[in-house]
Write a protein that binds this ligand. Structure first.
Ligand code: NI
Length: 134
């Protein structure tokens, strides 16, 4: 059985690569490269998968919520993704890179019997990024 639980956080960022000139950054990232950054209301869907345990559930919902809140939401909510998130250190703060950072935050020390099956992030109403955890 798979369970997907939705979480939300707000954060600011700016797409900029230290390996590129200002002109190249502007060309590559467009308005996402504007100097003072911008914000998103991100939606994160965390999917876990496993067999039902003696309680008839695949994971204790409260324990999962606590894990996601502590490991992910507390580190990202109302933060600047370019400066405040160690797991993103040095990387361009694309939502693709953010998905991998969130997966790492979740997976490190993962305490649940059900396995982490995937992370999905919506940056805007139009764009959703999905990462399947192997
Ligand atoms: Ni953006």
């Amino acid at each position: 059985v798979k369970l997907t639980t939705r979480y939300r956080f707000a954060a600011s960022h700016r797409l900029v690569s230290g390996a590129l000139s200002p002109a190249e950054n502007a060309r590559l990232y467009g308005k996402c490269n504007y100097p003072y950054g911008h914000g998103h209301d991100y939606i994160v869907d965390v999917t876990v998968e496993g067999p039902r345990d003696g309680s008839g559930q695949i994971v204790n919902r409260e324990a999962l919520n606590r894990w996601v809140e502590e490991r992910v939401i507390a580190k990202l909510d109302h933060r600047n993704l370019n400066s405040d998130v160690a797991e993103l250190g040095g990387k361009v703060t694309t939502t693709e890179n953010l998905a991998f950072a969130i997966e790492k935050m979740l997976a490190t020390g993962w305490p649940h019997a059900a396995r982490l099956a995937g992370v999905k992030i919506s940056e805007t109403a139009r764009n959703t990024f999905e990462l399947e955890t192997k």
